[in-house]
Design a protein around this ligand. Structure first.
Ligand SMILES: *[C@@H]1O[C@H](CO)[C@@H](O)[C@H](O)[C@H]1NC(C)=O
Length: 200
C-alpha cells in the first residue's frame, strides 16, 4: 500500500511539473514588451516612435495597445527608455513622453514649500508608486511659460546634454508643446513609452 502511495506521489509530481513547463510557454509580456519586476508585481513596457506627438495623443495610442503611458518605478526603468531611444535616434537628441502629470493643487505653483520636486507631479498609470523613478533636471519642475507645464518629458542625448538639459533627467513641459514650431528641434518629442501589467 505504501509503495502505491509513493508511486502515486511521484506520478502526481511529474504531472504537475509538466504543467509548470507548459505555463513557461506563456510569457509575462507580449513579444516586443520588456518585463520589469517591481515590488508590487510585473510591469511590461514598450517604446513607440512618433515625432512631435502630444501627450494625450500618445496616451490614446497606448490605450490601443491595452496599455497606458508608463511611469517609472525606479531609475533602471527610465534609463532603459533613455538608452533604447538613444540607440534608435543616435546621434540625434530628443525627448520622450511618459505617464507623469502635474497635480491639480500645483497647477498654479512653481517650486515652493507645498509643491516640491517630488510631490508636484503624480504617476498616471495606476501602478507605479513612490518617487524613485523621478529625476528632474536642475531647477525643474519650474512650471514656466505662465504656469502651463502640466506634463513631463525625458531627455535623450548622446552628449550628456541637449539645450542645456542633462540627458536622462526630466523637465516639465506643456502637454501639447510643439518643439519644432518653437525652434527647439533638439528637444523634439521622438517617442513615448507605454506600460501594462504583466500576465503573472
Ligand atoms: C502652503 O500651504 C499652507 C497651508 O494651506 C498655506 O498657508 C501657505 O500659504 C502655502 N504656501 C505657499 C507658498 O503657497
Amino acid at each position: 500500500m505504501l509503495r502505491i502511495l509513493v508511486l502515486l506521489f511521484f506520478f502526481s509530481v511529474s504531472i504537475s511539473s509538466k504543467k509548470e513547463n507548459c505555463d513557461e510557454d506563456e510569457m509575462p509580456c507580449e513579444e516586443g514588451w520588456k518585463l520589469f519586476e517591481r515590488p508590487q508585481g510585473g510591469w511590461c513596457m514598450k517604446v513607440f516612435y512618433q515625432s512631435n506627438i502630444p501627450h494625450e495623443a500618445a496616451e490614446k495610442q497606448c490605450q490601443e495597445h491595452k496599455a497606458t503611458l508608463s511611469g517609472f518605478q525606479d531609475q533602471r526603468e527610465s534609463l532603459y527608455v533613455v538608452s533604447t531611444v538613444l540607440d534608435k535616434i543616435y546621434p540625434g537628441t530628443g525627448t520622450v513622453r511618459f505617464g507623469l502629470k502635474r497635480r491639480k493643487d500645483c497647477f498654479y505653483h512653481a517650486l515652493d514649500e507645498n509643491c516640491t520636486a517630488l510631490n508636484s507631479f503624480e504617476w498616471t498609470d495606476g501602478f507605479t508608486t513612490g518617487t524613485d523613478g523621478i529625476l528632474w533636471d536642475r531647477d525643474q519642475p519650474d512650471n514656466s511659460w505662465g504656469w502651463a507645464q502640466r506634463c513631463a518629458m525625458l531627455i535623450v542625448s548622446p552628449g550628456g546634454y541637449s539645450l542645456n538639459s542633462q540627458a536622462g533627467t526630466m523637465d516639465d513641459i506643456q502637454c501639447d508643446f510643439d518643439f519644432v514650431k518653437n525652434k527647439e528641434e533638439e528637444r523634439q518629442t521622438r517617442a513615448f513609452v507605454c506600460g501594462k501589467r504583466a500576465a503573472f
